[in-house]
Design a binder for this molecule. Structure first.
Ligand SMILES: NC(=O)C1=CN([C@@H]2O[C@H](COP(=O)(O)OP(=O)(O)OC[C@H]3O[C@@H](n4cnc5c(N)ncnc54)[C@H](OP(=O)(O)O)[C@@H]3O)[C@@H](O)[C@H]2O)C=CC1
Ligand SMILES: O=C1O[C@H](COP(=O)(O)O)[C@@H](O)[C@H](O)[C@H]1O
Length: 594
């Protein structure tokens, strides 16, 4: 089967790297006036013409040389307002370039990645392993350095020991893995510092410069720290350790506030030190393979797009469940609860991607514009359309599973929901009246995340008369299984083979592990690579965030003010029964339970 791709996307996992950071490569876009055509080297070549570059760089001071078609250098200069806080002063895409000097030599760029909060759980579990996977796949630039930054005292060697314990080799590619790990670890360093100390960030800057060796330096900071110290760290990183000649970007982990007000305050504070296009708000669900595939499924298959509306779809279900509790994260979780932890971000982002209109292009801004429109068209969520639950201790097979409030970091009288189900509506022409049901819970019977699309019944019920099959009960269902066992299947009705006429329901099944031998990259790999490349499509823009909080804040406030008591459910169960009544009120049956 031939594979295909657009010029902006990866052909396959990291084939976009086959060139970019290591080779000199200049070509013409536009096909027109060569002086208006710029050539940049970035992982997925991002072609910009001069006008576009100037538009993107507005409010920034830009003056730099670029390579044009004939190999000569041109200097571009767009008007500029000076930036605050000593932040970067040239557009991100530009800093990925390799400039050909007049003597033909190359001035290569380098990327320094600082994991702020490197001693923490997320850094160990996800960030360092993802960076290693990118390195292993040849996705990182030739010149890169990784710095861990945290208050804990550690030497480079101790960081390497810590990191090496969580690095894994891909199942499908074990050759040279040990060697690659060694090479990778040699590129990892550690700097001890406080998050609010300019002095400590100045010292970091000095070390980064030594590694950058005078190259064009690009810097990525990953804030893997609790949210109350985001702003301190951004302030110090931007004023004391941002790049002077390349881009500086900051990946911010959730939670982005806990309601509209706190989220707006966080955005405002971050924007004192960063431009919006430097802020990469991560929602790791957007980096999951099957979530990425959602738009491909819909917009590249003629058979789906015409059905994607209220005319054919009866309801859509977005389901997240985990078969473990808050173990170890109770302190964080109790302040947020499942609605903020999963629904307001992960599930809502999937909903927006699912329901958006066709974007003008696959450009980040075009996609995010469409997502925002969906979020802003959503009907305020009514408390009666929501069920909340909290898991309680249970004993199964002689094993006692703890209840949520048994966690020592959780107050005994906590009303924080660990489960929620909700019916949401999009009041626009495409989705009028279609319930979008969300369900998210911890300590349930299984770990899974899926999108279920239940279609309307076939009118006429022809087979009811001849074979007793009530097609109203066996409607088509499209299931996109995000995890585990990534796959897409469509439930269809078919005839049972034989001389009689009996109907059955079967699955047309695309199971990824059967179809593709290559291991699916972790979401953090995709997102880190995108951040390095300046691809913003899978990151949350501030207006998206505002719209998401505008939808959930009144509901959260009402639940908290009314001190709504969550329905309890046993650890390891299918959640509170209230979720079934909620679905039934909207004439829906949860697909994962039928
Ligand atoms: N862990 C996960 O699975 C997920 C985490 N996140 C988010 O990612 C971020 C990091 O998560 P995680 O690694 O679990 O967080 P941790 O609680 O492990 O914190 C990370 C590091 O920050 C420092 N730190 C912790 N508390 C404080 C404090 N009160 N004041 C100053 N420094 C502190 C510690 O480093 P030191 O003491 O050495 O300075 C710690 O190692 C958080 O925003 C979290 O919400 C998001 C999704 C999933
Ligand atoms: O953001 C979060 O996600 C994890 C679940 O992520 P997954 O990729 O393992 O499905 C969840 O456990 C955590 O509570 C939440 O903060």
């Amino acid at each position: 089967m031939p594979s295909f791709s657009s010029s902006l996307s990866r052909l396959s996992y990291c084939s976009r790297t086959s060139s970019p950071f290591s080779s000199n490569h200049s070509s013409l876009v536009n096909g027109g006036d060569p002086r208006r055509s710029l050539s940049f080297l970035s992982a997925s070549p991002q072609w910009l013409n001069l006008d576009e570059l100037c538009v993107r760089s507005q409010r920034k001071s830009v003056q730099s040389s670029v390579v044009v078609q004939d190999g000569a250098e041109a200097t571009i200069s767009c008007s500029a307002e000076k930036l605050k806080g000593g932040l970067l002063s040239i557009p991100s895409q530009e800093a990925d370039k390799v400039t050909t000097e007049s003597d033909g030599s190359e001035h290569q760029s380098t990327v320094s990645i600082t994991v702020v909060g490197a001693s923490g759980d997320l850094a160990k579990k996800k960030i360092f392993p993802a960076l290693f996977a990118l390195y292993y796949e040849g996705c990182l630039p030739e010149h890169f350095t990784i710095y861990g930054y945290a208050r804990s005292k550690m030497t480079d060697g101790e960081l390497r020991d810590m990191v090496s314990k969580t690095l894994t080799c891909r199942i499908d590619k074990r050759e040279n893995c040990g060697e690659k790990m060694e090479e990778f670890l040699k590129r990892c360093f550690y700097h001890t510092g406080q998050y609010d100390s300019q002095e400590h960030f100045v010292a970091l800057d000095k070390k980064l410069k030594e590694h950058e060796g005078g190259r064009l330096s690009n810097r990525l900071f990953y804030l893997s720290i609790p949210p109350n110290i985001f702003v301190d760290a951004v302030k110090c990183a931007s004023s004391s350790a941002s790049s002077v000649n390349g881009w500086t970007r900051v990946i911010v982990e959730k939670p982005f506030g806990r309601d509209s007000k706190t989220s707006a305050a966080l955005t405002k504070s971050l924007k004192q030190y960063l431009e919006e296009d430097q802020i990469f708000r991560i929602d790791h669900y957007l980096g999951k393979e099957l979530v990425e595939n959602l738009s491909v499924l819909r917009f590249s298959n003629l058979i789906f797009e015409p059905l994607w509306s209220r005319q054919y779809i009866q309801n859509v279900q977005l389901i997240f469940s985990e078969d473990f509790g808050t173990e170890g994260r109770g302190g964080y979780f109790d302040h947020y609860g499942i609605i903020r932890d999963i629904m307001q971000n992960h599930l809502l982002q999937i909903l927006a991607l699912f329901a958006m209109e066709t974007p003008v292009s696959l450009d980040a801004e075009d996609i995010r514009n469409e997502k925002v429109k969906v979020l802003r068209s959503m009907r305020p969520i009514q408390l009666e359309d929501v069920v909340i639950g909290q898991y309680k201790s249970t004993n199964k097979g002689g094993v006692t599973y703890p209840g949520y409030t048994d966690d020592k970091t959780v107050p005994k009288d906590s009303l924080t929901p660990t489960f929620a189900a909700a019916a949401l509506f999009i009041d626009n022409a495409r989705w009028d009246g279609v319930p979008f049901l969300m369900k998210a819970g911890k300590a349930l019977h299984t770990r899974s995340a899926e999108i279920r699309v239940q279609f309307r019944h076939v009118p006429g019920n022809l087979y009811n008369r001849s074979s007793g099959t009530n097609l109203d009960r066996t409607t088509n269902e499209l299931v996109i299984r995000v995890q585990p066992d990534e796959g897409i299947y469509l439930k269809i009705n078919n005839k049972v083979p034989g001389l009689g006429m009996r109907l059955d329901q079967s699955n047309l099944n695309l199971l990824y592990s059967a179809r593709y031998s290559k291991e699916i990259p972790d979401a953090y790999e995709r997102l880190l690579l995108d951040a390095i490349e300046g691809e913003r499509r899978l990151f949350i823009r501030s207006d998206e965030l505002d719209a998401a909080w505008a939808l959930f804040t009144p509901l959260l406030k009402e639940i908290e003010e009314k001190k709504t008591i969550p329905e309890s459910y046993p650890y390891g169960s299918r959640g509170p029964v209230g979720a079934h009544y909620l679905a039934a009120r909207h004439k829906v049956q949860w697909g994962d339970l039928s």
